[in-house]
Design a protein. Structure first.
Length: 441
């Protein structure tokens, strides 16, 4: 079967979509449930949104080893040289574990200072710190799981990660209801803390399942060799470039949340809903990017550049199609969507006034995410790093500052994101055509 057939692409993309939306679905569930509590719902929603954004920022940065692992494994699979990376996998996984413990220790200690930098104060700051101290315990669980998922994707299998992610999401949803609201005479209502413990339980479930698939279904093991694999340097260098890239990405998200918090509690509550929906869409479309990552790395390993170009065209069409479907569904239920997350009229008015702009971006996002995935599979981490730095500091930041100067508030934030995505998508398409379209074997 052709590596770029519709069936083969969707064999990877559809499970990757389901697996990919599990993580933002956990955050969306937290926000929907927390935003509807009786006690201080706006402050609780704002805190969950701020902490969720920070957690995503940290996880995206340090989980780039997943992408690096996937790229290296898929390239070695295409070249029929998997034996060369057998000692690399446990070294990369243990690196993720140690790194995540360091991240937890440093950020948990400075939690109050971190969320003060988001302009949080008073009850929102108190809630944010309380919620984060529990959620941060999940760093080692999530980062080891992600590293294992990178192995699965490199082996051209996204089904195992999907099964882990679905189970984790279900555990989270059930425990969210039980722990946040409580069960009379049995479980006390735990408010924000309940949502945090539900997330921890979901992350633990996913790790246990991922380890089972890793040992039972892959040719790899966790026996650590102290002879450093020659590929480890390349993997860490690729991951380091992706760290910087993702740090730039998350600087944009941090800046957006900091400005929204500065506008007032209703603005950051609305921004929390908008951002989490945007992230949900991005993970949804990212399923095809993951397929591009896995297949692209394999085709590069086999030096099949013609198929690589065909792959980019096909996945672009599928990604944009998915984006239009998401836009249509949200347009149909435009006013109802906000009510899922919050019932406060002041928040819903702000949400509805800007949501159309988030929807309008989706086809542009689809192209950017798709080529981003292919470039990761090709090991083009340095170019991705430079592009994100340029898009963030020469596109997003000036656009936000200018629009904010004219008092556009939430519009300023989302116009800046639109500019950001336009730069990313157009630059990736141009670079791919220039470098790979006419490349000879």
């Amino acid at each position: 079967m052709s590596a770029i057939s519709f069936k083969n692409i969707n064999r990877l993309a559809i499970p990757a979509i389901i697996a990919g939306i599990a993580e933002p679905l956990i955050s969306l569930t937290d926000i929907a449930i927390i935003g509807n509590v009786d006690k201080n719902p706006i402050e609780a929603l704002a805190a969950a949104g701020i902490v969720g954004s920070f957690l995503s920022a940290i996880i995206w940065i340090v989980a780039q080893t997943k992408t690096a692992i996937s790229s290296i494994v898929s390239q070695h699979l295409g070249a029929n040289r998997l034996h060369a990376v057998k000692t690399l996998i446990p070294q990369a996984i243990y690196f993720n574990l140690l790194f995540s413990i360091v991240i937890y220790a440093t950020t948990a200690f400075f939690a109050e200072a971190i969320f003060s930098a988001y302009n949080a104060e008073g009850l929102i700051l108190s809630y944010s710190e309380e919620y984060y101290q529990i959620r941060a315990l999940g760093y080692p669980l999530t980062l080891v799981t992600f590293a294992i998922f990178g192995v699965f994707r490199g082996l051209q299998n996204t089904l195992w990660a999907m099964k882990c992610s679905i189970t984790g999401a279900l555990v989270n949803v059930v425990l969210d209801f039980l722990l946040v609201y409580g069960v009379e005479d049995y479980i006390p209502a735990m408010h924000l803390q309940g949502a945090a413990y539900a997330s921890l339980a979901a992350q633990t479930t996913m790790l246990v399942m991922a380890l089972w698939f890793f040992f039972k279904k892959t040719p790899f093991h966790l026996k650590l060799s102290f002879n450093i694999n020659p590929q480890l340097k390349g993997l860490l260098l690729m991951a380091a470039n992706l760290f910087v890239r993702t740090a730039a990405l998350n600087f944009a998200i941090y800046l957006a949340n900091a400005y929204a918090t500065g506008y007032g509690k209703n603005y950051i509550a609305a921004q929390s809903i908008l951002m989490n929906i945007w992230l949900f869409f991005s993970f949804f479309i990212d399923g095809y990017a993951n397929a591009g990552n896995a297949i692209g790395g394999r085709l590069l390993g086999a030096r099949d550049y013609n198929s690589l170009w065909e792959l980019s065209k096909k996945i672009s069409k599928y990604s944009v199609f998915i984006a239009f479907i998401l836009m249509g569904i949200c347009a149909l239920f435009y006013n109802e969507i906000g009510l899922i997350f919050n019932k406060e009229e002041s928040v819903l008015v702000l949400f509805s006034s800007v949501f159309w702009l988030v929807l309008l971006m989706q086809p542009v996002n689809a192209i950017a995410f798709m080529f981003d995935g292919i470039f990761k599979g090709l090991g083009e981490a340095k170019y991705l790093r430079n592009l994100l730095l340029a898009a963030t500091f020469l596109g997003f930041t000036p656009a936000l500052l200018i629009a904010d100067h004219f008092g556009m508030k939430l519009y300023a934030i989302w116009i800046a994101f639109f500019v950001w995505m336009l730069i990313r998508s157009s630059a990736l398409v141009i670079q791919f055509r220039r470098k790979y379209l006419k490349k000879e074997i």
